[in-house]
Design a protein around this ligand. Structure first.
Ligand SMILES: [Fe+2]
Length: 225
């Protein structure tokens, strides 16, 4: 389960207790493993000036401190031959746009042996890498060096949130696939609420869109389809 940020809205702490309750009922009670819950903060997750509340939410699900976004702008972990790199594109604490802490990321990569192993590698971050609309200024501002760094490390997949809409592109010499995620409870009448079921077959990634609702009027009563 990958949750690519904006767990709460406008830094409201009660959003984390709602989200914890939601994932306890949907993920943990359906045998979802605690250590297979991967997340990174979004621009709405800065709460009381930092990411302590976000970390507490993640601890509530994972029961470990593998992710510590109040102190670090990135985290690397591995299980079952898959490396996940979770990046906080809101580390600079400005909600208007995304930015990657490249110096910290390079230091983390230099210290981490696992990231150079020939595993499947997936980066998870919140903001989108490439702009799509004239009036959207929130794109990650240093995407190019990030893409170059991940490409050099032979990353396979980049998952991001923030845009609430479907996006799938290939970047870099290794043709890393970039897939946007969906929203679960976004206040919109458009077809944005749902989850993506991502699979890997014969060297290619596939994203199946599962819609939660056409609008938010009956979110509690709807199921995925
Ligand atoms: Fe966002």
């Amino acid at each position: 389960m990958v949750v690519s940020g904006d767990v709460t809205f406008k830094g409201k702490s009660f959003g984390y207790s709602q989200a914890l309750n939601f994932f306890e009922n949907t993920w943990l009670k359906n045998n979802g493993a605690r250590n297979r819950f991967i997340s990174c903060p979004g621009n709405h997750d800065k709460c009381n000036g930092g990411f302590d509340e976000f970390d507490k939410f993640l601890y509530g699900i994972r029961r470990d401190h593998k992710f510590d976004f109040s102190k670090n702008s990135n985290s690397i972990l591995e299980f079952d031959g898959v490396v996940f790199l979770a990046l906080n594109s809101s580390f600079h604490l400005k909600h208007e746009y995304g930015l990657i802490d490249l110096d910290a990321l390079k230091e983390c990569i230099n210290k981490s042996g696992i990231i150079r192993k020939p595993n499947i590698k997936i980066a998870v971050l919140h903001h989108h890498l490439i702009g799509a609309q004239e009036d959207d200024i929130s794109t990650i501002r240093n995407s190019l060096p990030l893409i170059s760094l991940l490409d050099d490390l032979s990353f396979d997949l980049i998952l991001h949130g923030h845009r609430h809409s479907q996006m799938s592109i290939y970047v870099g010499k290794n043709k890393m696939q970039v897939i946007s995620t969906r929203s679960l409870n976004f206040d919109s009448s458009r077809l944005v609420n749902g989850m993506n079921l991502i699979s890997y077959e014969n060297g290619d990634w596939f994203s199946k869109s599962m819609m939660l609702s056409e609008d938010n009027s009956m979110v509690d009563g709807l199921t995925f389809r």
